[in-house]
Design a protein around this ligand. Sequence first.
Ligand code: ADP
Ligand code: ZN
Length: 218
Amino acid sequence: MRLVLLGPPGAGKGTQSVVLANKYGLPHISTGDILREAVREGLPLGLEAKAYMDRGELVPDKVVTGIVAERLKKPDTRPGFILDGFPRTLKQAEELDKALKAMSSGIDIVLYFATSPEVAIERLTGRRVCKSCGFNYHVKNMPPKKEGVCDRCGGELFQRPDDTEATVRNRLKVYEDQTKPLIDYYMKQGILKRVSGDMGVDELFKVLSKIFSDAKLS
Ligand code: ADP
Ligand code: ZN
């Protein structure tokens, strides 16, 4: 099963990806995660990407398409994959189609997570992430037992530099301008499925499972 998760920042793509990856045994490929890791490791790629990310802008197409093309060559993607946060521009979508076609492959379903900007802003500005294990909290909706400390591992919680309100607003604008055209692109291919990103995690997971079984993908 080859999936693309499309939708604004804060729609819950990352959270659902992790659940789906576990359930279906597929690799979760998040360009945001790959870029953040490159930043942490101080790689040249990370140095190039960091300035864009901190401003809430997109990293150049060439950089991200290169990352994804390499990642899709790894054998663990043979049974399928979950692409989270890629493609984000028409150019990226076209490059992805080309790369998959060259491997006699293609995308089965694009899940479009529709979410209102208000929900996205509330989720992202309240998000706190564990420095050690990466688990996500929310100051209001899912606070840790002790403020600033991870329930799971005792690690320190922090706010992503791009989760401040001004940057979140910019990310949403970038999404409107550059990523939204992909809805039409995939609708025309007949592979887009719209779901509501405002639903809870378990509820949405059930909706997605039904989409896969109806499409005879699971
Ligand atoms: P979100 O979807 O919540 O904005 P991500 O973790 O997916 O967060 O991405 C964080 C940042 O990484 C983006 O704002 C952007 O700068 C960069 N990035 C991730 N994926 C891409 C992509 N496909 N193209 C360009 N930039 C990307
Ligand atoms: Zn932790």
